[in-house]
Design a protein around this ligand. Structure first.
Ligand code: PMV
Length: 314
């Protein structure tokens, strides 16, 4: 008996950090996925393996987890999903992943969503996308301590997602052949959220005004995406970037990637995700190749990211 499920990574286009304060955000599922394959095991332990991540671990009910190769990182999400949504019968679990890890591109959400969907299928449980998204968010919260439902919702449902508090809408937008992501290894999201919270405590009035302005930009961006006004969309991204700098999540290398991509023709570019390292997104319809080349020529990691209308697949 076996099952398989895959789920996409994501990039946040508008509203990161502000979403933690109840403001709206827009995220896009991208064409980089995590795939989980589950098979019954005849051994007395569960084996979790990922050739892509050079990772191998053995799990027994008696002795717990033994890491044979690689880092624990993303394994925590699989383990928590197993704890919540599986009994203790031994399994063979394989993870294939094309999303850079720890770069703020939703790798943990994608792995969590795929694991839950594969477990549901393995156990022949009837489920819904809403239920998968909700349970995946629960797993992320348990593992990370803090997380908005943005990543897990986007990875589950796919497409372009507008999240306002708990309400999620799939919205329209033409982002094909328009996006380049530059990435470095990110700071811990929880650490960046805490950093913003501290600045919020020191400057509540100013910070609240900034968060309100980011919310305003995000609402405007939704309309701009719907009418496909490219220039304005880029400009809104650049304004959002200025405010991300103001709340303290920018770094020199992120700035360098942002200005490099603008120089290479991006209509807009900004941090995507928690910042403090991590990734930038550059928006430039039909100029992705130039931006990709310029970023990689200057020694940055970069990739083209196309939208994925498909969320979790089993
Ligand atoms: O870096 P990421 O992809 O984990 O994004 C974090 C986005 C925040 O708004 C900073 C936190 C959150 O949980 O929404």
């Amino acid at each position: 008996m076996g099952s398989r499920a895959s789920a996409p990574g994501k990039t946040i286009l508008f509203g990161e950090h502000a979403v933690v304060y109840g403001k709206p955000a827009i995220a896009l599922a991208i064409d980089k996925r995590a795939t989980i394959t589950i098979r019954e095991s005849h051994k007395d332990y569960t084996r979790i393996k990922s050739d892509d991540l050079h990772l191998e671990a053995i799990l027994t009910p008696e002795t717990g987890l033994k890491l044979k190769k690689g880092e624990i990182g993303i394994l925590n999400y699989i383990l928590k999903a197993l704890e919540f949504y599986h009994d203790s019968t031994p399994l063979k679990i394989k993870l294939e992943i094309g999303i850079p890890i720890g770069a703020g591109l939703g790798s943990s959400a994608a792995v969590t969503v795929a694991t839950i969907a594969a477990l549901d299928k393995y156990h022949e449980r009837k489920t819904t996308l809403t239920s998968i998204a909700k349970r995946a968010h629960r797993v992320e919260l348990e593992v990370q301590g803090a997380a908005s439902p943005l990543d897990t919702s986007t990875s589950t449902h796919g497409g372009l997602i507008y999240l306002d508090k708990e309400k999620m809408d799939q919205i329209k937008g033409d982002l094909k052949d328009s996006l380049v992501i530059g990435y470095t290894r990110s700071e811990d999201t929880a650490k960046m959220v805490k950093l913003v919270k501290e600045r919020m405590k020191r400057h509540p009035k100013i910070m609240n005004l900034i968060m309100d302005t980011i919310a305003h930009i995000t609402r405007k961006a939704r309309k701009t995406l719907e009418i496909n006004d490219k220039e304005r969309l880029g400009e809104l991204m650049n304004i959002n970037q200025g405010l991300l700098d103001a709340i303290g999540v920018n770094t020199q290398s992120l700035s360098e990637m942002i200005y490099t991509s603008r120089e290479a023709g991006a209509l807009g570019s900004k941090i995507t995700g928690a910042g403090g390292g991590g990734s930038i997104i550059a928006y430039s319809p039909n100029r992705t190749r130039q931006i990709l080349e310029t970023l990689t020529d200057r020694g940055y990691n970069a990739m083209k990211a196309d939208p994925s209308t498909k969320g979790v697949l089993t």
